[in-house]
Design a protein around this ligand. Sequence first.
Ligand code: GAL
Length: 362
Amino acid sequence: MRARTTVAAALSTVLALSLSACGDNTGEGDDGTVNIGIAMPTKTSERWINDGQDMVKNLKVFGYKSTLKYADDDPKTQVSQVEDMISEGVDALVIASVDGHAFKGVLDKARDAHIPVISYDRLILDTENVDYYASFDNEEVGEQQALFIAERLGLVNGTGKGPFTVELFAGSSDDNNTRFFFKAAMDILKPYIAQGDLIVRSGETDLDEVTTRRWDGVLAEKRMNRILDADYAGKRIDAVLSPYDGMSLGVIRALKKHGYGTAGKPLPLVTGQDAEIPSIKSIKAGEQSQTVYKDTRKLALITSYMVNAVLHDKKPAITDEETYHNGRKVVPAYLLQPVSIDKSNYKSVLVGSGYVDSSDLD
Ligand code: GAL
């Protein structure tokens, strides 16, 4: 299990100071409790389980209770969970949406009930009723994935003897992050594709051709199988842009099924995101090539600070007031920095920071 005590300890110390400065307009319930509704998308991925648990832990240090719900990746379920939390009178909402477009009506209800809303990791779209956004620099994520490919193939310094083949995968079309990751990655890869240094044999390069519903690894595996059958008979694939670890492992399963990962037929470069344990193990074993580490402990921490600030009518710390327009307004954001991870630095960065225990990687 991840070592998380350091963050909780640090939070307690800072809180001792910040709580003394707190007002008392927190909308306490009759029994004096302040309850925060946390809506998370799914338990199928390790990261969201950790995000939820970390939020609950941090909010507890602030003295807040939490109601934590997971939506099984179903937008309707998540909307009704949020509706229930509003009816139950939560004091603030933290939402990592399944479908960024699904909240328009329900967040009108939150506004009417004076419940502040924080968009967690994924931006909620099409509504004015979202106060703040806590996430990572999502453009940087896509850049790190694409640069890894361009550098490793020797395209950046011109040492690579191409042309090389690449296939492109993107995340779920209803997740706003998807287009940020993909656009940033393509801004780097497109010039190489245009010059013919990189060839996408499937021809599938537009976002709507490469998205993967709900970031599903099985769907990514199926698409990779189809492309390998249709476009790579007798040809080698050199790289796969994958935006998320769960999909990267699906892609690798398809590649192995097609004989990659054996002597004389090494796996292509495969990127990823989230530094999930199965993927770190895969990187350690020399299969997945890269992932993007986003320290979700920090995300939960700054989100908890945001919650505390809004409950005391204070403006939370913000790092970006221009990038994240949700269709209605620019949502002020706090963006953390992602880190590119490969075989050379997974130990120092991930184990070294206590994000994973080395025993989890055996
Ligand atoms: C995105 C998130 C990624 C990854 C993906 C699949 O919204 O930013 O880190 O977790 O969802 O869950």
